[in-house]
Design a binder for this molecule. Structure first.
Ligand code: NAG
Ligand code: NAG
Ligand code: NAG
Ligand code: NAG
Ligand code: NAG
Ligand code: NAG
Ligand code: NAG
Length: 506
């Protein structure tokens, strides 16, 4: 194995590392002294002359820094960056970044606060008890508020509030949740497993698409033994623990037990996959991928779409809408009062398909039912049910209590039943009424447009006539009365028709 950083070559590696870090640190932080500690009373203003990252606090090794990070082009977040790669390991408000421009500052007075003091807006704050004395960034990338005492205590640390990434030696507990940057996927812990979920927003249940249950070979997880936690070990694995000691589960990376002295991270990415990487001093090298089967990844086909795996995954819509498959729903089918009063066709539409199965059926519950009709009507009567799959060979009925996703092609013994939101239904079944309304609107807009055109044309003609009349009388007001405005106005009136029209499309 010819890798530069196996443990046998540590002295050379350390020298190399230090050199690179030195170079990286000096280039990236050329014009600012790297603060190693933030004291009470600290306040730093965001300086938008920094193009991407304004470092405010660095760790003792200079590998990590806390600072203002530019998001997209016009937003800002507080982040802990891995400086050599500029990868954000932690972010304060990934769901709702602050504006890039404005008088935004970070201050510390026991709590860290990101705010616009001019406008009095607080974007984010470490809502701890406010007794902290200083803020430091550890060489593990953990940002800590520390309080002097015997021993020193830690009222708040970024390791307890991960965003989409955990790093080596960070405990990920059942109190925390990883969220992909696009906020569509999450990872959290159950009693003896970790799960990956599709998030559908407020009012909807999340849909599980991966469940990794502890093998419990070397340690048992006991029911009353407290919550579990996972942690990336420096040997290249994700361990699951209920207490320190041998892990209850080891999920090994490619470099497991190879003694690579490298820095690992694990990130829940925007494509829904969970991946682990190590830093080889030049690049992040992929070391583990949770989902390798494309049809098991919700982003491969999306909502109301069936994934078929041939050489390449193929996606087939359950029903076509204007562009692609029907969009994902949200909420549920329960009336505001909670009364399950919805009957078939009233408030929602229904699709049934044979040969449809669930990619995630190993992770969701099923009930034995005598018939297909019983399975589908149980879903129909339950307003939290979005759809059901019945297998007439096993007699298992799988009910989806989340919007329709994760469908795969199944054999002919699998029967699917899927509800559609009424708004969506209008594009499908109850199409005609809406179409005719749309047509009416189109006609109305066209008429308005024509009237405007006629008016403008009339005005233009009037002006030409007027000019001629004045010309005949020897006036000289040719300039400013050219027929230009006629064209412009006409063009913009057409634009407004298109605009209002496209507004109506969902
Ligand atoms: C990080 O800090 C800990 C304790 O402060 C120390 O034992 C360890 O050697 C440091 N690691 C590196 C890579 O500097
Ligand atoms: C992780 O949890 C273990 C056990 O509770 C604890 O000993 C260790 O200090 C924790 N590590 C960090 C970085 O918080
Ligand atoms: C790190 O990985 C990249 C990409 O695979 C490779 O080009 C580079 O040579 C590697 N660097 C070291 C030091 O191994
Ligand atoms: C959806 O459209 C595609 C391509 O236009 C077509 O091949 C397919 O049969 C349609 N599916 C349904 C369910 O109508
Ligand atoms: C399945 O059912 C069991 C027992 O009723 C319950 O503990 C578990 O949470 C359920 N799982 C899911 C994914 O709903
Ligand atoms: C409705 O379905 C959900 C899961 O989809 C289940 O937890 C709940 O118990 C069901 N309610 C009834 C009344 O059957
Ligand atoms: C399941 O359904 C298929 C298709 O309708 C049918 O051919 C088959 O006989 C059914 N099997 C059982 C066990 O009911």
């Amino acid at each position: 194995m010819k890798i530069w950083n196996s443990k046998q070559q540590q002295p050379a590696a350390i020298l190399f590392l230090s050199l690179v870090f030195l170079v990286a640190a000096t280039t990236l932080a050329a014009d600012q002294p790297a603060t190693k500690e933030i004291q009470r009373g600290f306040s730093a203003k965001h300086d938008d002359s920094y193009s991407q990252f304004q470092s405010l606090l660095s760790d003792p090794t200079g590998v990590f820094a806390l600072g203002f990070l530019r998001i997209d082009s016009n937003l800002l977040d507080l982040a802990v960056l891995h400086m050599p790669s500029s990868f954000p390991l932690w972010r304060a408000i990934p769901a709702n970044p602050a504006p890039w421009t404005g008088s935004i500052s970070l201050s510390f007075d026991g709590n860290l606060v990101l705010s616009d003091q001019k406008k009095g807006t607080v974007f984010w704050s470490t809502a701890s008890d406010g007794t902290g004395d200083r803020v430091v960034l550890l060489n593990s990338s953990n940002l800590q508020i520390q309080k002097t005492g015997t021993p020193d205590s830690v009222p708040w640390q970024s390791f307890d509030f991960p965003s989409n990434t955990i790093v080596e030696n960070q405990n990920f507990t059942s109190y925390a949740k990883l969220l992909s940057t696009n906020q569509q996927f999450s990872m959290s812990l159950g009693a003896n497993y970790f799960g990956l979920y599709i998030e559908f927003g407020k009012g909807s249940n999340s849909g599980i698409y991966l469940k990794h249950t502890a093998l419990q070979a070397k340690a048992q997880i006991v029911p009353d033994g407290g919550p579990i936690y996972v942690r990336i070990g420096s040997d290249g694995f994700l361990g699951m623990y209920q207490k320190e000691g041998p892990p209850a589960d080891v999920l090994s990376f490619d470099t497991f037990n190879r003694n690579y002295d490298v820095f690992y991270r694990m990130t829940l990415e925007d494509d829904a996959n969970l991946r682990a990487y190590y830093w080889n001093n030049t690049a992040w090298i992929l070391d583990y991928t949770a989902i390798t089967e494309p049809c098991s990844l919700p982003t491969t086909c999306g909502s109301y779409s069936i994934c078929r795996l041939q050489e390449q995954p193929q996606c087939m819509c359950l029903e076509n809408s204007t562009n692609g498959c029907l969009p994902a729903g949200n909420g549920d089918f329960c009336a505001a009062s909670g009364v399950k009063s919805i009957v078939n066709g009233d408030g929602y539409g229904v699709l049934t398909r044979q040969g449809v199965d669930l990619a995630n059926k190993d992770f969701i519950n099923y009930t034995k039912m005598a018939s297909l009709e019983e399975c589908h009507s149980t879903c129909e009567k339950n307003c939290t049910c979005w759809g059901a799959i019945y297998s007439n060979t096993t007699r298992n009925c799988y009910m989806m209590d989340y919007p329709i996703e994760m469908l795969v092609e199944g054999d002919d013994s699998k029967f699917g039943y899927f509800k559609l939101k009424s708004a969506v239904d209008e594009d499908g079944d109850g199409d005609d009424k809406k179409k005719s309304e749309e047509d009416k609107l189109r006609v109305a807009l066209l008429v308005v447009g024509c009237v405007i055109l006629a008016a403008v044309a009339g005005f233009g003609l009037y002006q030409i006539w007027e000019r001629r009349r004045r010309g005949r009388r020897g006036g000289s007001m040719e300039e400013g009365l050219a027929p230009g405005p006629y064209k412009d106005l006409a063009a913009s009136s057409f634009k407004s028709i298109e605009l209002s029209d496209s507004f109506r499309k969902p």
